[in-house]
Design a protein around this ligand. Structure first.
Ligand code: ISL
Length: 575
């Protein structure tokens, strides 16, 4: 992408390989889901003091920033993604003084802090909605989206992501209100300038407390299709593409940037459900003043078909995601790399191999990938110690509103047999990522001294932070090593990404090249030993880092052990 002209321009501006250098492009972000991170006050629920207690673990990884999932007052229908008071801390997590202490503790360790902004919807218990539903001429009526029904039913065929219609009937005023998620999460009406002003004020409140920016929950959904017609045929099976394509999205984000993000220099990470890589460009091109980067779903949903049902995936499918992003986003754009979060299965269970023999090695391979394909990596709590999915056996063990809603509309409706549903959920459920972090081999994995709010994975005695960090083969230390390498390797951050063998079914072989500088990454994502002749275009230079010690002097013919990861310097010019 960069040529001689951009090289000259690089030197003049604060640029590298055509990219403007920014702290958040060079950062690794650690994502905390507070409820399950660490319980400091012994009530079985994670809290802010718990985060502070474990900050040294996070800092030891070498990450640069924290993103914490919602810490706001909430009735917890959707574990904090239903906000009742945007300026208060959830009582179970602590008080505002604890939050201030977290800001200070993070800063003391050189960590930036990004908080979640849930602005597409609030809780139904938010004072605005309590007012809004009172009467049709209440001053807060237009804070939400109300419509009369159609033919004795809801206004259109929009579906809630958590099952059933996206509209709920409200007796008090005999109209429907819109909720793309649970009925307890009414969608805010961004067409109303007063709503936008309220959100900007809330953002300023937290920025004034010292936070560095926001991860923005389902932000592409804030502009609704003004026709409120049924889904067009092309979006019926994948409604998120419809909800992310509202006509005023860019105008709203540009206003938010002008009003808040720009003046504060705050970083913005948009959750981009329903945004294709090609559409993403318009949201993150830095010349447009909208968002800094997005959390793309193409990799996360590579194994999901219609209705997000699980379907088999292949390594070429996954690799193709990164090539498509590279093609869609030029050097005016940036992106994150997200392979797991609180809504997804565990990283090693999803894309790796969580059988005891391969868990550590495959987690290391995935860490290498997460940290060396292009973009700001988001590391989800527990993945840095190789935590796995939970062996759910029964619907009663699930806690998540999404899982329970799906059970209602599929199993209870008689459409899906319970065993089939459970098999699907064991692979895909968000609850897999929400079991408490396993800190040691003591009771409750060291997460709490009280009965924990949610099940602890029965493998906590073997899989935990203390054991992992002390083991000769450690997932944590591998993360730390690759993160340390990134810090002195700008080519690994800004270099072009090229997949050197997109069709290979077991290996992911790619380069990160910035002019003469660059790296060659070779990952074996299988249990097989693989013999491989490197392509002419990538000659390996010095071996830099791996999860095993490769044989000496292999040249260009490599023998990769099962689940082996290697990073080399690139030698010389491309052939
Ligand atoms: O992608 C998903 C996995 O099945 C969805 O569950 C998820 O709802 C979607 O990605 C949007 O996620 C965000 O908004 C939701 C909240 O439940 C999620 O936790 C949040 O990350 C509604 O606020």
């Amino acid at each position: 992408m960069a040529d001689d002209a951009t090289d000259a321009a690089d030197a003049a501006a604060d640029c590298y390989h055509g990219h403007r250098r920014r702290w958040w492009k060079e950062a690794v972000v650690y994502h905390i889901w507070p409820r399950s991170f660490m319980d400091a006050d012994g009530d079985g629920i994670g809290d802010i003091r718990g985060i502070i207690q474990r900050l040294d673990h996070v800092a030891a990884l070498g990450v640069d920033a924290l993103w914490i999932s919602p810490h706001y007052d909430s009735p917890n229908v959707d574990n904090g993604y239903d906000v009742r008071d945007y300026r208060a801390v959830m009582a179970e997590f602590g008080a505002i003084a604890d939050f201030d202490a977290l800001v200070a503790a993070a800063k003391a360790r050189g960590l930036r802090l990004v908080v979640d902004l849930v602005a597409n919807h609030s809780s139904a218990e938010h004072a605005w909605f309590v007012e809004s539903r009172r009467s049709k001429d209440d001053p807060y009526r237009d804070y939400y989206i109300w419509h009369p029904g159609r033919d004795g039913g809801p206004p259109n065929d929009w579906r809630s992501f958590f099952g059933g219609s996206a509209w709920s009937w409200d007796d008090a005023t005999a109209e429907y209100y819109l909720h793309l998620f649970a009925p307890e999460q009414p969608d805010l009406n961004w067409e109303n300038p007063a709503v936008r002003r309220e959100i900007y004020e809330i953002m300023r409140f937290w920025l004034d407390k010292g936070v560095d920016g926001f991860r923005m929950d389902v932000i592409p959904f804030i502009s609704k299709d003004p026709s409120f017609a049924d889904y067009p045929p092309e979006h019926r099976a994948q409604p998120h593409y419809h909800h992310a394509a509202g006509p005023r999205l860019h105008a709203f984000l540009q206003e938010m940037h002008r009003e808040v993000l720009g003046p504060y220099g705050a970083v913005s990470i948009g959750e981009a459900l329903g945004v294709t890589p090609e559409q993403a460009r318009l949201l993150v091109d830095e010349r447009r003043g909208e968002l800094d980067m997005l959390i793309h779903f193409d990799a996360l949903l590579v194994d999901r078909g219609e209705g997000w049902r699980w379907r088999p995936w292949t390594l070429p499918d996954l690799k193709a995601v990164f090539t498509r992003l590279e093609a869609a986003l030029d050097h005016h754009c940036w992106r994150t790399v997200c392979l797991s979060n609180h809504d997804m299965p565990r990283l090693v269970s999803h894309f790796g191999d969580d059988a005891p023999a391969w868990r550590v090695r495959s987690a290391q391979v995935l860490a290498t990938m997460l940290l060396t394909v292009k973009g700001t990596p988001l590391v989800y709590q527990g993945d840095e110690i190789g935590m796995t999915n939970y062996p759910f056996g029964d619907i009663a063990e699930f806690e998540d509103v999404e899982a329970l809603g799906a059970w209602r509309v599929s199993v209870e409706a008689g459409d899906v047999p319970p065993e089939e549903f459970l098999a699907h959920m064991r692979r895909t459920s968000r609850d897999n990522a929400r079991t408490p972090v396993q800190w040691d081999d003591g009771p409750n994995g060291g997460f709490t001294t009280a009965p924990p709010w949610f099940v602890v994975n029965p493998n906590a005695a073997e899989v935990n932070a203390r054991t992992d960090r002390a083991a000769p083969a450690s997932v944590f230390r591998h993360y730390a090593a690759v993160i340390a390498l990134r810090k002195q390797a700008l080519a690994l951050i800004y270099g072009d990404f090229t997949d050197l063998d997109p069709a290979h079914p077991r290996l992911f072989v790619y380069s990160r090249r910035a002019g003469d500088d660059g790296y060659l990454i070779v990952l074996n994502l299988s249990r097989d030993e693989v013999d491989y002749e490197l392509p002419e275009t990538a000659r390996p230079g010095a071996f830099v880092l791996g999860n095993l010690t490769p044989p000496a002097a292999e040249g260009t013919h490599l023998t990769l052990a099962p689940w082996e990861a290697r990073i080399y310097r690139l030698a010389g010019e491309p052939g």
